[in-house]
Design a protein around this ligand. Structure first.
Ligand code: FES
Ligand code: FES
Length: 407
């Protein structure tokens, strides 16, 4: 492995810009020169799968791949790695399609508390790609660079031995490395929205307009949403809301449009409650298509805790029953950082619930009423209450329009 050399003397606390490819995604982060690769991954990119134990190069917990070779992330400065390709445990496999090593560790009880597991997985990956013919009796010494405090070595050796025998002709590569736009905590560049505690129109990026595009990641999204709602409002009233982006934004619970950046770009905030955890995102949205029947947009944002979200959203309105509208909303949502750890099912439930609430608010807006979305993150009680109120209102509207239609 040849590491790029710093080209100038830099103070330890002086910010430097480092461009890396992390799990297939190009990313540029701005950080002090003293920051290690492990801290850059965890604190600046939200990739907390890389664990940090001793921070002295002893325990091996922080092992990642740098340009294809295993390396201690705690012993490298991020600034040394400008231009390098980094693979972390997050890039090894997907939750729904684990890497053979991850599957084998589970099958052979190769993890207990799991703290050493990312280091063992990346170290084993490096071993089997460089020495596919490794023999079982050599595994304890070959893997001795990583320490397991739970002393689960027997299961770890069984797992690695099984994978070695199953893939003598070549270990499958990392299965979760796709091009995606990682949303770094302090990354420089116009693709990164301002920090969450900065007022709209201030902070990095405020005067820089908008990026050329919001590039959604390739590969499977974290959450795929497909929600169809029956609205009482007529299609032409829904079309009116589709053409009023400010009104449309007010229909989304917890969302606020703060700036119109021109060229169909908007900056805004969104607050979301994921169980007991409250997230506040700042981000941008780009309207890609807008007609009476259809609106399509890409959005991205980050929250102050290092989480990132990107989404491609399409809404299609079609004539429904009784003069109403059928609204179909589809979205591919990609989560990174700590929010990705909440799990697909919780994040998926909350996202679907928000879309259902959005549809109810859009129905009210199309009827000329206030969408009545307050700035607080939606709570379960508020959602239940708004659902009941909507049902009563919908019944009233149906009764009124039924009376109007009767000859
Ligand atoms: S944390 Fe890097 S070797 Fe222990
Ligand atoms: S499984 Fe606990 S430290 Fe290894």
């Amino acid at each position: 492995m040849t590491l790029p050399q710093p080209t100038a003397r830099t103070g330890a606390d002086q910010d430097v810009e480092v461009s890396l490819t992390v799990n297939g995604s190009p990313v540029t982060v701005s950080l002090p020169a003293r920051v290690t690769l492990s801290d850059a991954l965890r604190d600046h990119l939200g990739l907390t799968g890389t664990h940090v134990g001793c921070e002295h190069g002893i325990c091996g917990m922080c092992t990642v791949l740098v340009d294809g070779d295993a390396a201690r992330a705690c012993l490298l400065f991020a600034v040394q790695l400008d231009g390098a390709e980094i693979t972390t445990v997050e890039g090894l496999g997907r939750p729904d399609e684990l890497h053979p090593l991850q599957e084998a560790f589970g099958r052979h009880h190769g993890l207990q508390c799991g703290f050493c597991t990312p280091g063992f997985l990346m170290s084993s990956y490096d071993l089997l790609t460089h020495e596919p013919d490794v023999e079982r009796e050599d595994l304890p010494s070959k893997l001795s660079g990583v320490l397991c405090r739970c002393t689960g070595y027997r299961g770890i050796v069984d797992a690695v031995d099984e994978v070695a025998h199953a893939h003598r002709d070549g270990l499958p590569g990392p299965g979760n490395c796709h091009r995606r736009t990682l949303v770094g905590r302090t990354a420089a560049g116009t693709t990164v929205p301002p920090a969450v505690d900065q007022p709209a129109g201030e902070g990095p990026g405020a005067d820089e307009g908008h990026p050329e595009e919001i590039a959604l990641p390739e590969g499977e999204p974290t959450i795929r949403i497909d929600v169809t709602s029956a609205l009482d409002a007529a299609p032409e009233d829904v079309a009116r809301v589709f053409h009023d982006v400010r009104l449309l934004a007010r229909c989304l619970p917890g969302a606020e449009l703060t700036d119109d950046l021109g060229d169909d770009w908007y900056r805004g905030r969104a607050r979301v409650a994921l169980g007991p955890v409250k997230l506040a995102f700042n981000g941008m949205a780009h309207i890609l298509e807008q007609s009476d029947e259809r609106i399509r947009m890409n959005g991205q944002g980050r929250d102050s805790g290092g989480g990132g979200a990107q989404a491609g959203i399409t809404m299609v309105a079609a004539p429904g029953d009784d003069g109403g509208t059928t609204l179909r909303a589809t979205a591919d949502v990609f989560l990174t950082g700590r929010i990705a750890g909440f799990g697909r099912s919780l994040a998926g439930d909350v996202s679907r619930r928000m879309f259902a609430d959005f549809a109810r608010a859009l129905d009210r807006a199309a009827a000329g009423e206030e969408p009545a979305v307050d700035a607080r993150p939606p709570s379960a009680v508020a959602l239940l209450w708004s659902s009941l109120v909507d049902r009563v209102r919908a019944r009233r509207r149906r009764a009124t329009s039924g009376r109007r239609r009767r000859p």
